[in-house]
Every structure is written in structure tokens, then in C-alpha cells.
Design a protein around this ligand. Sequence first.
Ligand SMILES: Nc1ncnc2c1ncn2[C@@H]1O[C@H](COP(=O)(O)OP(=O)(O)OP(=O)(O)O)[C@@H](O)[C@H]1O
Ligand SMILES: [Mg+2]
Length: 217
Amino acid sequence: MTERGRFITLEGGEGVGKSTNLALVVEHLRACGHEVVATREPGGTPRAEDIRRLLLDPVEEEPLDPDAELLLVFAARAQHLARVVKPALARGAWVVCDRFTDATYAYQGGGRGIDTARIAELEAFVQRGLEPDLTLLLDMSMDAAQRRLDSRLEGQGEARDRFERERGDFFEAVRRAYLARAEAAPERVAVIDAGAGLDEVKAELLARLDARMDAWR
Ligand SMILES: Nc1ncnc2c1ncn2[C@@H]1O[C@H](COP(=O)(O)OP(=O)(O)OP(=O)(O)O)[C@@H](O)[C@H]1O
Ligand SMILES: [Mg+2]
């Protein structure tokens, strides 16, 4: 029987460097000889990406109800798990995902104030016990992350999405909720100081990843 692949997620607030560092993780795992599927949430399949657009689109005439937002997140997750993540893990591929359920606890829980018990119910319903083997949480002050994001958005001339338009206290609540998740699951979640320069962040990230991979062997 093929050994199941490993499921690794990257987490953190806006602009902390998830996408930048995901590429590094993928490259590292491929160099180790693994088949790697790089993906993201919400999204990761055409239908789930349609749901992502619904979630991010800042339609001002009709605010999105927080419960509707939560259900859309998990609808996209169900589709992504069924179509991409589970088949990949089953054939022995490693899956590296830009955001997963910790982001739901951080944004819909911490940010929107939805009771974590309700999130946990949907998590159990949709994931049936599947959770990441390792989560790399990129943590930094939200002011500094906002500055990074501003310069990136300026460079690309892009408009802010529904989440990027939120205010500072929303992002502080997101950060606190992420750190609480890490504290509750220290074996799964590695907290990385994302406020350092890129070389330093990369070195810490690869050290944490290698340590975990050694433990799995
Ligand atoms: N350690 C770092 N030091 C300085 N700049 C960085 C660092 N990491 C990433 N950046 C830059 O910060 C910006 C945001 O990074 P990136 O897009 O990877 O973040 P993200 O977490 O994926 O953001 P989003 O939440 O919007 O998806 C990019 O312009 C990136 O080049
Ligand atoms: Mg990104």
C-alpha cells in the first residue's frame, strides 16, 4: 500500500509572507523527492475558486452575513478536500496549502466573533478527523504586515478585497486567535517570526520543516 502523503499548511494574517514562503516549502519538498501538490484556501478547484470570489468580492450593497461567510468557507473546503487534497494524500503526494481551517478560527472566529464551538462542529462535519500534519504559522505585528501589503498592492495596482478592507482591531483579533490555536496544538503548529528579513524567515522555516520531517521518518 502507498504511504499516505503529508499535509502541510501555511497560516498567518494578510501580507505576512505565506505565498512567498509556500514556494520555498514546495521547492524543498520536491528536492527531497516527494510529489508535491501546492494549493490554497479558500479555493484550490475551479468551483471552490468561484466561492473564493464570492467571499472576497466587496459588494457594498449587500453585506455578507458572518454565518453565510462561515458556511461558504466550509463549502469551498469540502469541495477542495474531495477533489484535490484527499486524492493527492491517498496517492502518496504531499499537499502544501496556503491557509486552511486555522484561518477559519482566526478570521471567522477571532475576526468576526463567531463562537469557536460552531466552527468546530463544521470542522468535524467537513473534515471527519482530517487535519494538517504540520502548520507553519507566520506571525508578525499587523502594522508591519499592513505596510508590506500596502507596498505590494501599490506595486500591482490592485484594489483591496473584503478582508483587506477590515480595520486594525480585526487583524489584531485574527492574530490573537491564530496564536491561541498554536498554543492549543504545539505539536502541530510551529510559530515562525515573520517580521524578520526574508533570509532569516526562510532559514527558520526550513529548520522547523526539517525537524518535523526527521520526526516522521
Ligand atoms: N520576510 C520578508 N521581509 C520583507 N518582505 C517580505 C517578507 N516576506 C514577504 N515579503 C513581501 O511582502 C509582501 C507580502 O508577501 P506575500 O504575498 O507572500 O504574503 P501573503 O501572506 O501571501 O499575503 P496575502 O495574505 O495577501 O496572501 C510581498 O511583496 C513579499 O515580497
Ligand atoms: Mg498570499
